[in-house]
Write a protein that binds this ligand. Sequence first.
Ligand SMILES: [Fe+2]
Ligand SMILES: [Fe+2]
Length: 366
Amino acid sequence: LATPWGGKAVRVYIIDDSNINLMLFEEIILRIGVEVEIETYLDPVDGLARCIEQLPDLLVVDYMMPGLDGHEVIEQVRQLPNSADVPIVMVTATDEPQVRIRALQLGATDFIAKPIDPHEVKARLFNLLSLRRNHLLLQDTNVWLAEEVRKATKVIADREVELINRLARAAEFRDPETGAHITRMALYSRLIAQSLTLPADTCDDIFRTAPMHDIGKLGIPDGILLKPGRLNEHERTVIKRHPEIGYLILMGSESPLIKLGAEIALNHHEKVDGTGYPRGLSGDQIPLSGRIVAVADVLDALTTERPYKRAWSLDRARDFLLENCGTHFDQTCVDALLANWDEVKHIHEQFCDPPLPGDELVLDDQ
Ligand SMILES: [Fe+2]
Ligand SMILES: [Fe+2]
């Protein structure tokens, strides 16, 4: 064979009840000029058992044998998994066309007529081995290609997540809410999604895109966004535009992740009784992602210290969520969160905010 078999020897089984034929075929195959491992079987039952154990790269099988004939061997080998591409040659002394037609129907690849012509047999077996080798090479290439595509796809997906995180980080620079808020509310959101038994991929996507919920604050003037005191009516109207601005930033993407981010940005201030904004949707009209993030976002806002307010305890925040079920919050989302309250406590304690300006840092010198 012109191209080597990647260092692997070709495995050939010969099944024939005649010792002389076995030796003859073995001799011819050895002269083909490739590294072969030849196994010969006088008893077709043994030959078949070996095929079941490990398929060959080429099977030469006699037709007339006691116990199992060539047809039966071919039929049973072709039922083995991955056997479809193994060349099988049947050796037949008879010219009866029915025997050959039946063999073809059962899956024989070629025939050799007895008495055999060594030159013809060598040429035929060489061709069949070439076919087998090319098939295996193609299979290897396909496996390699599939792996390359998988790696390339992962690189793209990772970059998408990275860009989303960087976009969220850009928004953090303008937003008084801290990075720890983004982390916690994303974790709470995933916790709710998991508790609702959404598919694992969806839970992860919600975790990745929830940080973009307030990306629209990029479009709110500093004077309003960073104003320390209470907002007046006009300022409240302006700040309430941030869901729509976030949606405008993220809308129209082909990426399922960014689409989900757009959905969350647009809907995270909707309330189930229809009194939220920007669209005043109610109940199930609000996409589930929006209802989930609404609970997670408010829980974290309540339990976090802000320049204008002290942090609530987790217990007080839980009461607030319960009191506002069915009006502000979706009952099932709140239930899903409360069912995992220990995990909520863990997230709350694990991701602390940096001290606010003016807070005293107490250093322990001892
Ligand atoms: Fe918001
Ligand atoms: Fe938020």
